[in-house]
Design a protein around this ligand. Structure first.
Ligand SMILES: [Zn+2]
Length: 270
């Protein structure tokens, strides 16, 4: 049996173990096309996992035409250098991703351009910043979306304030909700009913944002560390260090929206 599993017509997947954000343990590598394929994010830095990917490609008789990256995070790019060295294939990614990876990107992907697979299927590049500045998705004519880290079939998507942007992430989710039918995320199983899933993601973030407002209203000017247990009372304390990053991303958005001010270490509602 092939290690590659078909998840949509002309789209196969193999999940490789990666150092990713728990509870996720794997990152999906998608294979687009029939024989001369486009490989979307060969992710794992682990040699054994890279070997599994190479074996799977070889066993299926596939040649890799190009590697596409959805974004620059370590759990999405781990096998790229080895594949480039062994298969001599070009790497395609958004310019903002190219700036952030430790290897050369051969082609800068831009919003709206079309990548044709060897079945004649057109994959449209959608620039969807927010989780990462250079994040892209690929969408075919049937609205199947290679979704990267816009959504997750397992675990959550972290918006990290140093490079991520909650406002841009929400705008990208909203945009995708009119463009996708089936979501193929980097972590976990395919997610059908894309508009519903994406609307749920937006609603979930906005609900969290109103918890931030409520906490500031109830407690007055507060430091980030004091807000975490109030805003994430529904989450176990073990996730609070990660939640603090997400909370900061919400606060940055609220400041940009003109709803919150940052006074020294404390945040206050306007
Ligand atoms: Zn990521």
């Amino acid at each position: 049996m092939s290690a590659l599993r078909e998840v949509a017509p002309g789209v196969r997947v193999i999940a490789l173990e990666t150092p990713t954000l728990p509870p996720a343990t794997h990152t999906n590598t998608y294979v687009l096309g029939e024989r001369e394929v486009i490989l979307v994010e060969p992710a794992s830095p682990r040699r054994r996992e890279q070997g599994r990917l190479l074996d799977a490609l070889f066993d299926a008789g596939l040649e890799v035409r190009a590697i596409v990256l959805t974004h620059h995070h370590l759990d999405h790019i781990g096998a790229v250098e080895r594949l480039v060295a062994e298969l001599r294939v070009p790497v395609w990614a958004h310019a903002e991703t190219a700036e952030r990876v430790p290897f050369a990107v051969d082609r800068a992907l831009v919003e709206g351009e079309q990548l044709d697979d060897d079945r004649g299927r057109a994959w449209r590049v959608l620039h969807t910043p927010g989780h990462a500045p250079g994040h892209v998705c690929l969408r075919d004519d049937e609205a199947t979306l290679i979704a990267g880290d816009m959504v997750a079939g397992v675990g959550t998507i972290l918006i990290e304030p140093s490079e991520g942007s909650m406002a841009r992430y929400l705008a990208s989710l909203t945009r995708l909700s009119t463009e996708a039918a089936l979501l193929l995320p980097a972590h976990g199983d395919p997610l059908p009913h894309a508009p519903r899933v994406l609307e749920h993601y937006v609603a979930h973030r906005l609900a969290r944002e109103s918890k931030v407002r409520d906490a500031l209203r109830a407690h007055g000017p507060s430091e980030l560390a004091a807000l975490v247990p109030l805003v994430y009372a529904d989450a176990p304390p073990t996730v609070w260090p990660i939640a603090a990053l997400s909370l900061e991303a919400h606060l940055v958005k609220l400041i940009d929206d003109g709803d919150v001010v940052h006074d020294g270490p404390r945040y206050a509602l306007l």
